[in-house]
Design a protein around this ligand. Structure first.
Ligand code: SF4
Length: 681
């Protein structure tokens, strides 16, 4: 399979965290045929609609093919010199925290590693955050609180071994279709917890359309039921889990079946059925996604789920696990290299010992002292003038951030903006002073990590068009021009992967699960031929966690009273994805076949709220942040009082339906993840 020019190349899908293996064959100048890789353990040959139509998205229409300074084409030398000079000058005048990178779960691990190293170890700031902040940072924060390390202790085989699968806040059938197919192919009973009656909920054995934001109450109620019914694993708790003094009184208090059902706005009989199903099936996987994470209480909601699995000993065993499924193709790789403002490389944090380790390993002149600005705060700091130079890589925050109009204003006011992207004109790059042409999927080489901690290769199938270059090369070139050439003297992605693997093992005496020491000396040929592999084995199978005393932590979390409904904004807007679109459509929007599924953004509204509106009519949706126009879909799949809109459309592709204008820039206090799911409207 190795080779190019008509050969079939094994690579990995560009889109979601399922991480499906692909066989790609070049059949023309810019043409590929795409098939699922039957030997890849994530998908065994299956692909969803987005992966299947990847070949339609590799043309050069709209591509950024040359470095641009303003509207003029520039040489690489001139553009890189300018970026390095402006960053150097800004740091010299205003300090290292006056600059920032905003990166992406679309980057390969090698790209991510180099960006993080430059910012945290050489510039000396932790102002590098990522669009993964919008996607799963509450899962990261929750796992760090419970396990002492950001480890997803589940894999896809657990879905086959489970007797019961609980999907919380996840339209898996649309958003992770290959995982959903695997769930349906198994024998496990399926419970879906989601305010919306989605395509996933339609096929469940039990659907609980709970009141939005009542997840902690439901999970605490279930834990109280398990305690009453003797379902807790006392031996496991005694041996492996630290329990706060107030924990059980909090769980016992007010969590009888009727109070829980009332608080969640669910029928008592359905809640009872769920509790009985959970109690009866020790092999339970609880899979959760953005409905849990994208909330002002996301981290507490994650810990409510992790509490359940720890207290019942349903972790580290086949078919028994809490499973945070990631949105982006390489959110997990970004987490491994420390690509969040709140973490250091190789699953380390800002503790003095960790900082010293990373600085020593990199032989870095400095190291960031404390966590940097998380996404929402980062764009506020740009608007306030604190951050004066920004480099955006492979993402489109002018559309995807909450309160996107303010983000657009911040970009327009920022003294120096660099955008590396594959697309020439995005809502973000129109504000760039320098645009750098990045290699796209199918042109670049490196690794990605999927939701089950499986590292797979992405491989180049097509030649680099124009003057496009891989992101790692672009960042290393700027680092060299800033005076740190020897630390960024990489010739190929394998050089970076080896260093990343060595760092994961450096002074890691087994305290952290993430450890790639087996690959620390991988040769170039072996890297080229690297097959998919999973790190961490079965995490926590021995009951030892990554905390100082090796015990996991139950975390006391309580249901907060619902936000008062402001009279002017009587509805609640929820946002999410369509089956065949991805992010802000810069890639999927290129495929005519994918456009057929949904040609425009719809606002979904319950018949009781529709008033005179009919299917196909137009509605202007307003929130305190902004307003936009949608075509209406009236459906009883929505709960009364709630709206649903897709996230994908932008000003550049439609007159309305620009959902990013609507959510508030409010975040979970632990993770900094925005609460996209509940906006007064
Ligand atoms: Fe790609 Fe995700 Fe679809 Fe797999 S499920 S083909 S990774 S978009």
């Amino acid at each position: 399979l190795a080779g190019a020019g008509g050969a079939v190349i094994r690579t990995t899908c560009a889109y979601c965290g399922v991480g499906c293996g692909i066989l790609a064959e070049r059949t023309g100048e810019r043409a590929l045929t795409i098939q699922g890789d039957p030997d890849h353990p994530a998908n065994h040959g299956r692909l969803c609609s987005k992966g299947t139509h990847l070949g339609e998205t590799v043309g050069l229409d709209g591509r950024l093919l040359h470095p641009m300074i303003g509207q003029r084409r520039a040489t690489w030398n001139k553009a890189l010199d300018l970026v390095a000079r402006r960053f150097r000058e800004t740091i010299a005048t205003h300090g290292p925290n006056s600059v920032a990178f905003y990166v992406s779960g679309q980057l390969l691990t090698e790209d991510y590693y180099v960006a993080n190293k430059l910012m945290k170890g050489f510039i000396g700031s932790a102002n590098i955050d990522t669009n993964s902040r919008l996607c799963m940072s509450s899962a990261v924060a929750g796992q760090m609180r419970a396990f002492g390390e950001d480890v997803v202790p589940a894999d896809y085989d657990d879905l086959d071994a489970a007797e019961l699968i609980v999907l919380v806040g996840s339209n898996t059938a649309w958003c992770h279709p290959i995982v959903y197919q695997r769930i349906r192919a198994g024998r496990a009973k399926l419970v879906v917890i989601d305010p919306r009656r989605t395509e996933t909920a339609d096929e469940a054995d039990l659907h609980l359309p709970l009141k939005p934001g009542s997840d902690v109450l439901l999970m605490n109620g279930l834990l109280a039921h398990c305690r009453r019914e003797g379902v807790l694993d006392d031996a496991y708790l005694d041996a492996h889990v630290a329990v706060p003094d107030d924990f059980w009184t909090t769980i016992d208090d007010g969590h009888d079946l009727w109070s829980v059902a009332k608080g969640c706005d669910l029928p008592v009989a359905d809640v009872q059925r769920f509790f009985e199903l959970f109690a009866a099936h020790p092999r339970t996987v609880t899979l959760f996604s953005q409905g849990i994470n994208q909330s002002l209480r996301g981290t507490d909601q994650v810990n409510a789920i992790l509490n359940l699995h720890l207290a019942t000993g349903r972790i580290g065993k086949p078919g028994a696990a809490p499973f945070s499924i990631t949105g982006q193709p390489n959110a997990m790789g970004g987490r491994e290299v420390g690509g969040l403002a709140s973490t250091l490389a190789a699953h380390m944090d800002f503790a003095p010992a960790h900082r010293a380790r990373v600085q020593h390993f990199w032989a870095a002149p400095t190291i960031a002292e404390k966590p940097g600005l998380k996404a929402v705060d980062l764009f506020r700091a740009i608007a306030d003038g604190q951050v004066k130079a920004l480099w955006v890589m492979a993402t489109n925050p002018a559309v995807s951030m909450p309160d996107a109009a303010r983000v657009r204003d911040a970009l327009a006011a920022c003294p120096f903006v660099v955008v590396s992207d594959v697309i020439a004109e995005t809502d973000t790059s129109v504000h760039a002073h320098v645009r750098l042409p990045a290699a796209a999927w199918g042109e670049k080489d490196g690794t990605v990590t999927n939701s089950e901690r499986r590292i797979s290769r992405q491989r180049a199938v097509l030649p680099l068009p124009g003057e496009a270059r891989p992101d790692w090369w672009i960042i290393a070139q700027v680092a060299r021009r800033m005076g740190w050439g020897s630390a960024f003297a990489y010739d190929r992605p394998a050089d970076i992967f080896r260093e990343h693997a060595r760092l994961s093992a450096y002074q890691n005496d087994g305290a952290r699960v993430f450890d790639l020491r087996a690959h620390a000396a991988i040769g170039n040929a072996a890297y080229d031929a690297l097959g998919p592999f999973q790190w961490g084995g079965t995490p926590f199978a021995d009951g030892r966690f990554s905390t100082a005393d090796a015990r996991a932590r139950l975390v006391t979390v309580t249901q907060r009273a619902a936000e008062a409904v402001p009279p002017r904004w009587p509805l609640t807007l929820n946002t999410g994805r369509y089956r065949d679109q991805w992010h802000t459509m810069t890639r999927t929007g290129l495929s005519p076949k994918l456009a057929r599924h949904r040609e425009e953004p719809l606002i979904e509204v319950h018949p009781g709220d529709a008033g005179a509106l009919k299917d196909g009519g137009l509605a202007r949706v307003e929130t305190p942040q902004g307003a936009t126009l949608y075509r209406v879909r009236v459906t009883d799949a929505q709960r009364p009082g709630e709206l649903f809109a897709p996230i994908h459309w932008t000003d550049r592709t439609a007159r309305g339906g620009r959902t990013g204008l609507l959510p508030r820039a409010l975040v979970d206090p632990h993770s900094g993840q925005p609460g996209f799911k509940q906006t007064p409207a």
